[in-house]
Design a protein around this ligand. Structure first.
Ligand SMILES: [Zn+2]
Length: 371
């Protein structure tokens, strides 16, 4: 980064989190507009949705999401919302509903409210949508003009979602600090079209510290379907800190290695955050991070149940060719791996992946793997 390069940070307009937050949705719809389309991705939402809709009669239409954020699905919902004259779009569900809702709202120039029902990724706060083709393969990234108008996170709902999703969210959040730090050290740009501010970097660090301090307790509280302070902190880390962190502080090797891993069919049954977590581990070896830090991250992953070996993300007995393909994909031009402050080539990445897997297998302590 040169002294005259511009530091840029972007944020959602408002972020609200807590038990029962979803019940304020009718008020927020009326504050932001007069005619809303709710895209609902979860059957579980059917329990509370009718009550919310009843409180603002005639204002809300509900449409069930069809499962994938594709060009076709965005078109379909945009047409429905456009015909109904909607000025507010509410995305209620997981990452794919959220990405669809953001794209629809941008095309209609409508306000967008994001109400995540899981905390498995950092989609809620960001100004991008990831579009897939009908077969679920990555197609393109849509850059939106602005971040969501409101992110409304009900921790009660998230405490009832499967714990594996919360853990996957921690895997995604685990990458935030390491990638932010790499961008800072190499003077690389962030995802907001500028360079990291000191505040974005601090947010990324707080994200990592929150995981170490509250991760295990949050997992236990989610297993008991109970909202605790620790769970609140982890939801905030997974959703707000991780979202602001990746967008305003930048991406690095973990997400690029994740992208490489997706070319292996075995990984398709695993969540984004689970693959990103393994990307973090490989990144530690790639960047030759100090041994105590490597141990800290491995023991964190084991303590919350994040994968530490290739087999744990569906890659059993990989061939040299498998690993080469993964490494080469991670090193494609334009990948965020080039933000790392070290020499990058497919050979080094392949070695780092092997070392990460070896470490995960060698220092295997079954007793600490389970909660
Ligand atoms: Zn991610």
């Amino acid at each position: 980064m040169k002294p005259d390069d511009l530091r840029t940070a972007i944020f959602p307009t408002r972020y609200i989190q807590g038990p029962g937050a979803i019940h304020t949705l009718p008020e927020w719809i009326l504050k932001l507009g007069s005619n809303a389309l709710i895209i609902s991705g979860r059957k579980s939402a059917d329990i509370f949705l009718p009550d919310l809709i009843q409180r603002i009669p005639g204002v809300v239409h509900v449409e069930r999401f069809r499962g994938e954020c594709t060009r076709k699905e965005i078109e379909r919902i945009r047409t429905l919302a456009g015909n109904a004259g909607c000025d507010v779009v509410v995305a209620l569900g997981g990452g794919k509903v959220i990405d669809t809702g953001k794209a629809v709202a941008m095309e209609l120039d409508a306000k967008i409210i994001i109400a995540p029902t899981i905390a498995s990724n950092d989609a809620p706060c960001s100004a991008i949508s990831i579009v897939y083709n009908d077969n679920g393969i990555f197609e393109s990234v849509i850059h939106l003009k602005r971040n969501p108008d409101l992110v409304l996170v009900d921790s009660e709902i998230i405490s009832h979602a499967p714990v594996r999703l919360l853990i996957a969210g921690m895997g995604d959040a685990l990458s935030t600090w390491f990638e932010a730090d790499s961008c800072f050290r190499s003077g690389s740009p962030n995802e907001a079209g500028g360079y990291s501010t000191r505040s974005a970097r601090t947010m990324a660090r707080l994200c990592y510290d929150s995981l170490l301090e509250f991760g295990v307790e949050a997992v236990n509280s989610c297993l008991e379907q109970r909202v605790s302070q620790a769970l609140e902190y982890i939801i905030e880390a997974n959703t707000l800190m991780s979202g602001l962190g990746f967008e305003s502080a930048g991406l690095g090797s973990a997400h690029a290695i994740h992208n490489g891993l997706t070319c292996h069919k075995g990984t398709h049954a695993y969540y984004h955050g689970e693959k990103v977590a393994f990307g973090v581990l490989a990144g530690l070896f790639l960047a030759e991070r100090p041994e105590p830090l490597i141990q800290e991250v491995y023991s964190f992953c084991r303590s919350v149940g994040l994968p530490v070996t290739l087999a744990m993300i569906g890659i059993n007995d990989p061939t040299e060719d498998d690993l080469k393909r993964i490494a080469e994909k991670a090193c494609l031009p334009g990948e965020s791996i080039w933000h790392e402050p070290v020499e990058i080539n497919a050979d080094r990445v392949m070695k780092a992946i092997k070392k990460a897997d070896q470490r995960g297998n060698n220092a295997h302590h079954p007793s600490t793997d389970k909660l």
